[in-house]
Design a protein around this ligand. Sequence first.
Ligand SMILES: [Zn+2]
Length: 145
Amino acid sequence: MQPFTGFRLCLLCQSADESHDHIFFFCTFTNPIWRFLQSKCRLHVVPNSWVDFINWVSHQWRGRNLENLINKLVLSTTVNQIWMERNERAFTNQRKSQNRVLNRSMELVKWRLLSISVKDSPSARRIVLDWDLPQSFIKPPPELD
Ligand SMILES: [Zn+2]
């Protein structure tokens, strides 16, 4: 991986050097966001370095199942929202709170989930509850003749 060549001081917490490991694992601004989403996605053990995490994700979330799809969606959406917040602070001097970044990420994930529907299963029913989705997220079973 290329050395990180961002700003020296983290623009999100302004209390540590900026690096991938810091922004995505140890930053006091982003850490509560990740902890909340980790709990929501029911991820109990997650490596705590960027390189280990990416390797872990590429093995753990390889299968095409609903949980993996949502975990990847949450990860990509939240990384994007955190990076956008970091860049807004760098280039426009505007700041959002942790809650606004978290809520925006969750809102985007939910909107994306609202555009699909899946077969009924215990995990589909759990996702409906966890993400407060309408029952239309679960496809009705095919009608019998
Ligand atoms: Zn920070």
